[in-house]
Ligand binder design. Sequence first.
Ligand code: G6P
Length: 602
Amino acid sequence: MLMCGIMGYVGPQSIAEVLLGGLKRLEYRGYDSAGIALGTARGIHLAKRAGPLRVLEDEVARNPPPPASIGIGHTRWATHGGVTDQNAHPHLDCEGRIAVVHNGIIENAAALREELSARGHVLRSETDSELIAHLLEEAEGDLLHRLQAVAGRCEGAYALLAFDLRDGNHMCAVRRTSPIAIGYTDSEVFVASGAIALAPWLSRCIYLDDGEIADLWPGRVDVFRLEDLAPVRKVGHEISDSGDLPDSGHHRNFYVKELFEQPAAWRSVMRGRLGDADAVDLTDAGLTEGALRSVKRVQFLAMGSSLHASQMATERLLEFAQIPAAADLASEFRDTRSFLEPGTLAVAVSQSGETIDTLTALRHAQSLGARVLGLVNAPGSTIARESDFVFDLRAGTEISVASTKAFTTQAVALDLLVSALAAAHGRGYDPDHLAALRAAPIIAEDFLAEFLLPDDLVERCAKAPGVIFLGRGQDVSLAREGSLKLKELSYIWSEAFAAGELKHGPLALVDDRVPVIVCSTDPRHTTKLSSSLSEAVARGAYGVSVGADLRGTLHIGLPIQDATAAYLIGALPLQLLAVTVAEARGCSVDQPRNLAKSVTVE
Ligand code: G6P
């Protein structure tokens, strides 16, 4: 399964309460059903429900489970099989003594299903995950050895957590690609697919790395190499999240809360890296002057909003730092790139630090000889652990599936990186540029306090068959981000183009029902963008300019001249437009349909 949440617990507290509490903290990642399995004296007690976690919570309240000492829970994002109670995890073996939860996709599921059915196993769901329970039932030895054997039979990416009523009060977990965090006290052990779920009970945890298997007992955790069960020593990590349940405070949802947190997040990423002196210090990321000087090329690897921030940085590296740079969809990079030029720094940009496409691309870049810088908002994440340099975004937890503060904070971070690289390559710092970055948070605060989105624009977009975003230079990536936000939140068909493309196809889409929104935060492109907007308006479009006034139907001004900061401020009205249109259409803002925050399987 994709993007699922895993939670497991052995100890004296109420198992159901701990599991549901952990799953609640993983909820924001996106899921469509949930379940728990508890080990009791009378066998495994199973509760599984399609729909939000509260449906499962109601079920558990109505039908309280018997006392238990061990349990595993799961939030599922459907891939193999529809969204039904039956397909929800955990899954049991034929006898109902082994329980399994799974995050990932078993690629040889069809063959395994056929084999298991032929051997008489009764399969109760359409999932690939249930097959694991039946494979464990057939395997020999203790749970650890059985899980090792079963992992060897599964192709694909996964995190698995299982317990067996006949094997004592412990669980076993194995990881190939999908994340697992583990922590324990003297009398308990906890496991989850993210440290955020452990935060109410623990301040430290360990992370399983790929190809590791763990035996989890109350008060003790043993980690081994999957291939030969050789013991592995693990390093503990701080859990930075507070144990409090994420709370949107006085804001109507997390998206809006995080949108308003942007100025604070920009200050946070600049702290200690951009002071009063006109210089940038990235030594906390290991990027010393020498390390920066050795960079001959930069290859960004990212998905979604993180890719858009990377595309902006690519423009700036090419233009201001004169360092060759490219930003590729991580999912494409690893399939198509067979070489990297010597001296390439690969920059894996990922809010979560767990996006599987980005992680796989990072490994591919390493295999091609590149050193990797991970720019992540989660310093304990897999991408951070596997990177040679780690640039911590420090934007604070982002809960909304659609990114706001992580995107613009990445833009600030990447701008610092561009400046530092340019300086290390003898091009010096641009004091105006750095001053503009320093001033951006306060300008954003003023803008957010005063800005009102024109009703007319919202109404036009809410009923439009499609919305086109245009830009040139850095504004192409801003247009892409504006378009992504609108489609994610409001489900309105939307596309972004480089303005130069307009006449080569997209103009055929334009009529009087189609708003055309032109991002214009870089004064050098004003004239050409103005022509593009005129062409659209001449075909009846409702033409909007954001930034410079391009004399269309509507203008949204930005209180700033410098292109760097205008890029950041320019993102704000686009983010606000997306949420306002989504609300006008009654869409679920924090958890858009079909999407997930952390995409941990290809
Ligand atoms: C998903 C999220 C996007 C995010 C992208 C990359 O698609 O819905 O908001 O931009 O993943 O995520 P990352 O954590 O790697 O930045």
